[in-house]
Design a protein around this ligand. Structure first.
Ligand code: GUN
Ligand code: ZN
Length: 429
């Protein structure tokens, strides 16, 4: 018996960036893909693949869309249980809701409970890889990685470091941040599909000494990603100016301490100065758009069109639980709406690209995840384009794939996720 599976449906694969050419021509549609031992081993038309892989098991998805699983480039798994907390803006929101919840993650049992719940919720929403902040507790990192490893998932995460402007019990020091991050990096980085990201929360909750220590750790481990936050809200930016009087701008508070680089991920990046935009692009760093968070916490409107035109590396993310959803469909819808508010609507191909290839590129993993191509890892999502009566009646009168898929992007939720494959295995719900 062959250990191959043929999935039949509308198989969507990107052949170029829909931001660099006609969006519709960036996609190639096939009607079957073959999966074996965690990898995509063939893609093409069904009749050919059926003769080439005659013993393969068939899963016929009809006209469902089969594409790469969603990649969420910026999340906080420990904020799962306090998502949708009302009425505050960033700094008050952190102090009122986030920090008290993060305090609980020194307890390994609680950390595992929430990591499990988070990975269940995101799988049900078609997300197969994410890059997560943990808490200052090494236990939270161990819990997240151990839970993901048991599922064979490709994930990135790191211990969130803070040594000031955070409550008692939620601060480390420059030295312990370095030591604990280093120990976790050595324990987990490169284990199966796990990657470690060096993770200073953001400039306001680190002393210059802590940023310096983490910059040194990154210099010692340049293959690692580094993730943080940048220019999310205007009063946050003013605060950074008072905390780092020598810095030319917010980004410079990182740059001065060795925390600007091509493998850096900068969440939000809404209110950027021209110098910051130039430097981010020059070094090839990634900025990560978190649209449901930016509307929910009232942060501002990310300049997707302008940053793309300048050639930035851009990922898309939920920012759970500042973001108000676990769903990358809902996140694409919010990105579309923010584009509309800026007068630059995004094409459905651009939205799907951001949620897969774009985020994978931000994570420097676009050679292994985020698209359907031979040799890539078999993380797949199968979309039902008629998952509710409202969506079904709209897609039924669609003219072509983009009109058929757009109602699911705008109105779809976990009911649209017909199936998820992680590491070549179908995940049952
Ligand atoms: N800035 C620093 N920490 C956070 C966080 O947890 N969420 C968001 N949205 N912004 C932050
Ligand atoms: Zn965040």
């Amino acid at each position: 018996m062959s250990n191959q599976t043929i999935l039949k449906g509308q198989v969507l694969s990107f052949v170029s960036s829909p931001f660099e050419s006609d969006p519709a021509s960036a996609v190639r549609l096939y009607d079957a893909v073959v999966v074996q031992d965690g990898k995509i081993v063939d893609v093409g038309d069904f009749a050919t693949l059926k003769t080439r892989h005659e013993d393969a098991k068939l899963v016929d998805h009809g006209d469902r869309v089969i594409m790469a699983g969603f990649v969420d480039a910026h999340v906080h798994f420990p904020q799962t249980a306090m998502i949708a907390s009302w009425g505050k803006r960033l700094i008050d929101w952190l102090n009122s809701y986030t920090f008290p919840e993060e305090m609980l993650f020194g307890d390994p049992a609680y950390a595992i409970e929430i990591a499990t719940r988070y990975l269940d919720l995101t799988a049900a929403n078609g997300t197969t890889t994410m890059c997560s902040f943990c808490t200052i507790h090494p236990e939270s990192v161990d819990a997240f990685f151990a839970t993901a490893k048991a599922r064979g998932q490709r994930v990135v995460a790191g211990k969130t470091c803070m040594d000031r402007n955070a409550p008692d019990g939620l601060r480390d020091t420059a030295q312990t941040a370095y030591d604990e991050s280093r120990a976790l990096l050595n324990r987990w980085h490169g284990v199966e599909r796990i990657s470690y990201a060096i993770t200073p929360r953001f400039s306001p909750t680190s002393t210059p000494e802590q940023l310096e220590a983490l910059g040194a750790l990154w210099a010692e481990n340049p293959e690692c990603l580094m993730q943080t936050h940048l220019s999310e809200q205007l009063d946050e930016i003013e605060w950074v100016k008072t905390l780092y009087p020598d810095a030319r701008d917010y980004l410079d508070s990182y740059e001065q301490h060795g925390l600007l680089g091509g493998r850096g991920l900068y969440g939000h990046a809404i209110h950027l100065e021209p110098r910051e935009r130039d430097r981010l692009r020059e070094v090839g760093a990634a900025v990560v758009h978190c649209p449901t968070s930016n509307t929910f916490i009232g942060s501002g409107l990310f300049d997707m069109a302008g940053l793309m035109a300048e050639g930035h590396r851009i990922g898309l993310a939920t920012d759970t639980g500042g973001g108000s959803s676990f769903s990358m469909l809902r996140t694409m819808a919010a990105a579309y709406e923010i584009g509309q508010l800026r007068g630059t609507p995004l094409h459905p191909a651009q939205l799907l690209w951001l949620a897969t290839v774009g985020s994978a590129t931000a994570l420097h993993m676009d050679d292994v995840i985020g698209n359907i191509a031979i040799g890539m890892e078999a993380d797949l999502v199968v979309l039902d384009l008629g998952s509710t009566p409202a969506i079904a009646q709209r897609s039924a009168r669609a003219n072509g794939i983009w009109e058929a898929v757009f109602p699911t992007i705008m109105m779809g939720d976990d009911r649209a996720i017909a199936e998820v494959w992680i590491n070549g295995k179908r995940r049952l719900f």
